[in-house]
Write a protein that binds this ligand. Structure first.
Ligand code: C5P
Length: 233
């Protein structure tokens, strides 16, 4: 049967220290319904027939735990993480064993991403070259100065918060990473590196349930989301 959606490889940066969540355990290894967060993030992709490879960037001291998370999955590749998220992904790009047209990059700390969103991003990236999920901002947004005084109110209809997975044609993402390395550009997401090339990036509607584990209470929220999804399936 022909695939309805383009095949892709996904890079999961999972080499952060997760200091904001607290404790010694990086957030991608926190237990979520009895398994590490990374275990869930890997399966969100590996169980899709369009997924040809899952590349995980890990801190070498967590390699054994990361490999347990990917146990039994044949598309797995592990690479060493870097000092910044962007360096971890650059290592992932170098470590790819396959060459699909579409590469997705997804934060390991977002275990609740849905199959629907992954497909929307992959399909839109195939059509436009670059696509990311994003959400409108419900609150009014202020710019402040270093004393905490408001400098400006930013029209929020112009703003979106960016999520992952972010999807790109492979050659475009490779060009963006080469350009960023050459010009010392450090971005907090992959879209910003493609934007720096001057290439347009298309938005798809993000999902409020696609939360990034950042604070301790996020683990409980993620458990509720996954348990409810399991219940409905
Ligand atoms: O810290 P932040 O939430 O922005 O991290 C996003 C993702 O990038 C996490 O999954 C984290 O493990 C990963 N990361 C990485 N290498 C780093 C820093 C963060 O792979 N040096």
């Amino acid at each position: 049967m022909p695939l309805l959606f383009p095949s892709f490889a996904v890079i999961l940066p999972a080499a952060g220290s997760g200091a904001r969540v607290g404790g010694n355990l990086p957030k991608q290894y926190l237990p979520l319904l009895g398994k590490p967060v990374l275990w869930h993030s890997i399966r969100a992709f590996s169980q899709m027939e369009e997924c040809v490879e899952v590349v995980v960037a890990v801190n070498p001291e967590w390699q054994a735990v990361a490999e347990e998370c990917g146990e039994g999955i044949e598309q797995m590749t592990y690479v060493a993480g870097g000092t910044e998220r962007q360096h971890s992904i650059a290592n992932g790009l170098q470590g790819l064993r396959t060459a699909p047209d579409i590469i997705l990059v997804h934060d390991a700390a977002r275990p609740c991403v849905s199959r629907w969103l992954v497909q929307q991003v992959a399909q839109t990236a195939a059509a436009y070259g670059a696509a990311i999920p994003a959400l409108p901002i419900p609150e009014t947004v202020k710019r402040i100065d270093s004393n905490g005084a408001i400098v400006a109110t930013i029209p929020r209809h112009e703003l979106r918060t960016a999520q992952t997975p972010q999807g790109f044609r492979r050659q475009l993402l490779l060009a963006a990473y080469a350009h960023a390395a050459l010009h010392n550009i450090l971005g907090t997401d992959d879209s910003s590196l493609v934007e720096a090339l001057g290439h347009p990036v298309q938005i798809v509607e993000g999902e409020p349930t696609n939360l990034k584990i950042t604070y301790p209470e996020d683990v409980r929220k993620a458990e509720r989301i996954l348990a409810e999804r399991e219940h409905r399936a």
